[in-house]
Design a protein around this ligand. Sequence first.
Ligand SMILES: [Zn+2]
Length: 266
Amino acid sequence: MQREINGNLSLMYFEQLRGCSALAHAVSVRTDPADDGAEFDLGWSPGHDPARVRRRAASVADALGLDGGLVCGCTQVHGSSIACIDEPPPDDPGVPWRMCGECDALVTNLPGITLLVRVADCVPILLYDPVHRVVALVHAGWKGTLAGIAAAAVERMRTRYGCRPFDLLAGVGPSIGPCCCEVGEDVAGRFRSGFEGAGRCMMMNCRAITIDLPEANRLQLLGSGVLPGNIEVAGLCTRCRSDVFFSHRGEQGKTGRFGLFAGLRP
Ligand SMILES: [Zn+2]
């Protein structure tokens, strides 16, 4: 990925996707140059003041040339449900973005809308069809990976928008890496029995079993027909680089969220 200052923001970009003229996208990092030492935290839960988070999310959308008033997010629940956005959901002043319900992937073909998924170790994935001009974002932790959320998003793009998997470009963003994703026997067992290709994304070191979640999702996309040369993997571990990204494991659960943003240029 490339990191650049864009206006007052420090943002990262997938190199391959950056070449797509109709697509705007970015990954936010945890420093907030606009807010004097504050962190660029997109973490929010119901009942909390949305103002600061709303300003941050809108500032990224605006910097990307999209509409800061049309950021669409969801309540991420580690499942395999997908929201297709045909029109922007209503704006609720108590929520920092237009809320698309409980799901772990957002898809749209509407220009101007900004999709947002928020993570701190889970895998954020961008899918883009430059032929049909459809964009999707996926939030895939180990549960969502096991539930096949990335494959489900490709399938929904195919059935709902006519996308062909071999046209899709994919970016697999910063997440906890194989270096740091130790799992217990329970999770390992669920992967062995429930994930095709488990043998290629699980490792055993002297201390523990680890899962390579970005690789698991890459394999899942390949299984859906996405071409290997069309998938860019960031290769950045959030726990190793908790100076740049929020890391749930690296900070014992007490941390913020960074975002993957994407939308079609109006
Ligand atoms: Zn690591």
